[in-house]
Design a binder for this molecule. Structure first.
Ligand code: GTR
Length: 328
């Protein structure tokens, strides 16, 4: 017994020494993610962490904190920029107020559909957006899918902009979304993702907007049973890394980190396509009343003042929006 104990102690000491020996080089990163276990982004970020450890033989490890336990999204973006966390899976919506170039994806109806969004983000417009984010301390390593966002509420189907008039609608923190709801005659209510369920349930807001997987994973469909397929926003998401952490990496490690993020994005996009379908089926089975918006043009027309205000404040971003719209 005594012998076993001392063998144990020696083993522990050896491990400790080996650990200490590696201190100069070992990097232990923290990662932020808002989604729960099983969500495509959660699975993909775990995969990213796994590939990182494998490819660097443990020189770089990433501990993922899921379900938003490290704080809400706008705060987490700040935490990443100052280096309190190294990695995050962010929606470009709340990045827009920080990095103007990234805000163009939050112009309603700027993308025709999800494949158009991917072509633009994988091409020159995506590079321009990355450059804008880099200037603000965030390096985008890869783009994740977040589908298309549509309106849902607890009152009635939305078919025309007039149906939104007078409705209290939760939006993410970004003036563009408040402007969008205002242009439809509704009352925007910027709020953290984690607070939306209670707010819908207690009537603090009448509705919100999101893609099928988030509508389902959050349980919002239980308390806001009308889903109207407006698809007014198609917002990509990033796997981001703090710019200083990125700069300090060797070229070889940069390559590993980037390719790990890209591999995780391939997985995320596959899982997303499956979950999009599965979530839609699940909420429909649960009794959600769904309506398609055969004609979106009235909603698109209503967005003209939102675009006008945006270009007035950001005349230099007009070429980027043109480039997105011209992407084939
Ligand atoms: C989800 C997105 C989250 C968060 C959320 C929200 O679709 O993946 O990052 O932005 O929407 O509405 O706050």
């Amino acid at each position: 017994m005594k012998l076993l104990k001392s063998i144990g102690a020696i083993a522990a000491a050896v491990t400790l020494t080996a650990g200490l020996g590696g201190v100069a080089q070992a990097k232990e990163w923290k990662g932020w993610n808002i989604h729960p276990p099983g969500y495509p982004n959660t699975v993909a970020m775990d995969k990213f962490a796994e590939i990182l450890t494998d490819k660097t033989d443990g020189r770089i490890t990433l501990k993922m904190f899921h379900s938003g336990v490290l704080g809400n999204q706008p705060d987490a973006i700040e935490q990443l920029r100052v280096g309190a966390i190294e990695i995050g899976n962010f929606n470009l919506g709340p990045i827009g107020p920080v990095a103007p170039e990234a805000n163009v994806v939050s112009l309603p109806f700027v993308f025709k559909d999800v494949p158009h969004m991917h072509r633009a983000m994988d091409g020159a417009p995506g590079d321009k957006i990355s450059e804008g984010m880099a200037k603000k301390g965030m390096i985008a390593l890869a783009w994740y899918d977040s589908g298309a966002r549509s309106f849902y509420n607890s009152k009635k189907p939305i078919s025309t902009p007039a149906d939104v008039t007078g409705m209290k609608v939760r939006v993410m923190n970004n003036d563009l979304y408040s402007g969008m709801i205002g242009a439809l005659g509704g009352n925007p209510s910027p709020m953290a993702f984690s607070e939306v369920y209670q707010s819908l349930k207690t009537g603090v807001v009448d509705g919100a907007e999101n893609n099928w997987p988030s509508y389902e994973s959050t349980g919002h469909f239980e308390v806001a049973g009308f889903y109207s397929l407006s698809e007014h926003l198609i917002i990509p998401e990033c796997v981001c890394i703090n710019a200083d952490v990125w700069t300090d990496l060797s070229d070889a490690d940069k390559e590993i980190v980037k390719s790990a993020a890209r591999d995780s994005a391939v997985l995320q996009r596959e899982l997303w396509a499956e979950r999009d379908k599965a979530s839609r089926e699940k909420v429909m089975k649960a009794g959600v009343k769904f309506n398609d918006l055969a004609d979106k043009s009235a909603f698109q027309d209503a967005m003209k003042p939102v675009y006008a205000k945006f270009f007035e404040a950001n005349p230099d971003l007009k070429p980027l929006v043109d480039a997105i719209q011209a992407t084939q």
